[in-house]
Design a protein around this ligand. Structure first.
Ligand SMILES: C[S@@+](CC[C@H](N)C(=O)[O-])C[C@H]1O[C@@H](n2cnc3c(N)ncnc32)[C@H](O)[C@@H]1O
Length: 248
């Protein structure tokens, strides 16, 4: 883990210098999930689908331990396949930001791919049998992309992993909500919703929902500035206003 880089990025607000989309509340949600996993000894790579210039991905990479890979998957040079113009992956900008704010490239792997072409085994060479513990779904924002990327996330996720779905309840990107709702109404869905706030929906493995919900309600919600219990697709879920981000 890159402790000093992380503190500079979060408390030092360097994340604001990286082009992209990542709110303070979203940072808090990611830090809280990482803290829970580390307390429970959960290990595994971190992965983002749709990195743009790496604003969120850098946070994931800083949280990764020295033996955990950080995988950045994007269309990169294939922007003609970016059908809804949800950002624009730029490999050079990503590496520049990694050099500037993370400080080394050791465990970072940039993967050029259209997520729509991928299947559960497509990342086998990078995952080496491991499951992903932190996974951001922020690629194409159409209903089809979201359905596709949630299915991939479910296949790649650790039993105690957390998925962060971007632009949930963002009025500019209705395809995200449509995709999530369609996904959850399929009886075979493998991911379940936990809470949402600051543009992110957190999901976990369906079989890990009870335990993740227990952590959420006993440990995370009491730290929030506000929260409201809601019913969403037959799940007890929470709309949260996370606390200010802190790495200590
Ligand atoms: C909203 S941006 C990501 C923002 C980023 N997570 C951040 O922290 O700022 C969406 C990204 O998804 C990529 N993308 C769009 N469609 C994709 C697809 N089908 N497969 C992989 N990446 C895709 C785009 O190139 C773009 O970089």
């Amino acid at each position: 883990m890159h402790k000093q880089a992380l503190s500079n990025y979060v408390e030092g607000e360097q994340h604001r210098l990286v082009e992209g989309w990542l709110g303070d509340g979203a940072i808090s949600l990611i830090l809280a999930a990482d803290r829970r996993q580390k307390a429970a000894g959960v290990r595994g790579p971190v992965l983002e689908i749709g990195v743009h210039h790496g604003r969120l991905f850098l946070l994931f990479a800083m949280l990764a331990r020295s033996d955990e890979k950080a995988l950045a998957l994007d269309l990169f040079e294939d922007q003609h396949l970016n059908i809804d113009w949800s950002g624009r992956g730029d490999r050079a900008a990503l590496w520049k930001n990694i050099d500037t704010y993370l400080g080394d490239r050791e465990r970072v792997i940039a993967i050029r791919a259209n997520s729509l072409d991928l299947g559960p085994n497509s990342l086998d060479e990078h995952l080496s049998g491991q499951k992903v513990r932190l996974l951001s779904v922020d690629g194409g924002h159409t209903r089809e992309h979201v359905l596709n990327d949630l299915a991939l996330a479910s296949a790649w996720l650790h039993a105690d992993g957390i998925v962060f779905v971007d632009d949930f309840y963002n009025a500019d990107w209705p395809g995200v909500n449509e995709g999530v709702v369609r996904y959850l109404t399929d009886p075979a869905h493998g991911l379940a919703p936990l809470c949402y706030g600051d543009n992110k929906l957190l999901m976990c493995k369906r079989e890990g929902w009870q335990s993740a919900n227990a952590w959420l309600t006993t440990e995370f919600l009491p730290t929030c500035a506000a929260y409201k219990k809601v019913a969403f697709c037959d799940y007890e879920t929470y709309h949260v206003t996370p606390p200010a981000p802190s790495t200590v």
